[in-house]
Design a protein around this ligand. Structure first.
Ligand code: CXF
Ligand code: ZN
Length: 380
């Protein structure tokens, strides 16, 4: 496989909330890293927060943090990693350093180096980026910088995708899939027969529906204020939908579930829905907070019901990439987590800026993916 000297990348330039297509040098993997020829990259709200300047991140930067691709080259030291050139892989957005205390405990979701180096500075763990601007200056990577034709990814963040899984659609396993898995199976500990509510049925919220089903939840209630999102949730397998604009959503969920649910997921990061999600719990229930809020946002919770009814409130960010991404891929391959039904829109790399504008305008109901091949048909 010949690797071109330069590649196209969607760059978030200084100042403007806009992605600009640029020709930049193809990055090179260092020890423990893999060069992936990107097949597709998912369109996630977290990128949008950075694009809009709501979350601080260095610029210029290449966004994009859930990818599928084909291995183009391996850095040194990966002889026993079980990866070969040509393999189709999925990249998780949390790229564990493998050496910090959290990684040593298997808590990839808490990797200290990922947050300190990648999320704050846009680099890998040697403090440098693999990307550079055409003039040779610094270009930050948001996770692996997946909105480009090639991306360097630490091998720890990659899982092989079996044949039979569509290589383009499986991109959404790296953030939407991983986040839904962590929230459902790890922090939410959803068990067969449980009842769950999902507050916010957007990209991540809708991914929680098949995941909760895979965990054996028998009652899955979706709450939103957008009719299309509720319709989509029902099509994905929600047993009940609640339009939060009509009546009190807490009362409606308590009535449907016969006194409150076992697990409530809050996917919006909003103080009002955070409080509502706790109010939807039955005795001994667990509220799993997934939505990121603007810095400083606070939610108030009534103390006595929390104590008296034994509620739990837990945060959930992604999952344990090395152990959980292979499980997510298995669920997708078995059809339990059907990526095709979650993807509602497709774009090409040339349309990356449009994709994020559509996401900002709220016109993407489920998950969208951007294909790096300009041959792929666009919106469906
Ligand atoms: C996100 C996933 C969706 C909820 C907020 C955190 N993580 C990465 O994009
Ligand atoms: Zn994401």
């Amino acid at each position: 496989m010949s690797i071109p000297k330069t590649m196209r990348a969607a760059v978030l330039a200084d100042g403007e909330p806009r992605l600009e297509l640029m020709e930049i040098d193809t990055p090179q993997p260092q020890a423990g890293e893999v060069l992936v020829e990107v097949i597709a990259c998912g369109v996630c709200h977290t990128d949008l927060h950075v694009i809009k300047g709501e979350v601080a991140f260095p610029r210029p930067a290449v966004m994009g943090h859930e990818i599928s691709g084909r291995i183009a080259a391996l850095g040194e030291g990966l002889d026993d990693a079980g990866l070969s050139v040509g393999d189709v892989v999925v990249g998780g957005f949390i790229m564990p350093c493998t050496t910090c205390d959290a990684c040593r405990r298997g808590r990839d979701d808490l990797c200290a180096n990922f947050f300190a180096h990648n999320r704050l500075r846009g680099t890998l763990y040697d403090g440098t980026s693999r990307l550079r601007m055409p003039d040779g200056s610094f270009l930050a990577m948001y996770s692996m910088g997946g909105l480009a034709e090639y991306a360097v990814v630490p091998a720890s963040a990659l899982t092989r995708a079996p044949e039979g899984l569509d290589p383009e659609s499986s991109a959404i396993l790296g953030c939407a899939g991983l986040t839904a898995y962590g929230a459902t199976f790890r922090q939410g500990r959803v068990t067969p027969g449980s009842s769950v509510v999902i507050v916010g049925a957007g990209g991540i919220g809708s991914s929680l529906i098949p995941m909760a089903k895979a965990a054996g939840a028998t009652r899955i209630i979706a709450v939103d204020i957008a009719a299309e999102k509720l319709e989509n949730a029902a099509a994905l397998g929600a047993t009940d939908t609640v339009d939060a604009r009509v009546g009190d959503p807490v009362e409606q969920v308590r009535a449907i579930s016969g006194g409150g649910v076992d697990v409530a997921f809050e996917a919006l990061g909003n103080p009002v829905t955070f409080r509502q999600a706790v109010g939807m719990l039955g005795d001994g229930g667990r509220m799993v907070a997934i939505g990121i809020a603007p810095a400083g946002a606070e939610a108030s919770i009534e103390i006595t019901p929390l104590v008296r009814r034994g509620y739990e409130i837990v945060g959930s960010f992604g999952a344990r990439t090395r152990t959980d991404l292979p499980e997510v891929v298995k669920l997708a391959a078995d059809g339990a987590f059907d990526v095709e039904s979650l993807i509602t829109r497709r774009y090409t790399l040339d349309e990356a800026d449009t994709a994020y504008r559509d996401l900002a305008a709220g016109t993407i109901t489920g998950r969208a993916v951007i294909s790096m091949s300009s041959r792929s048909e666009s919106t469906r």
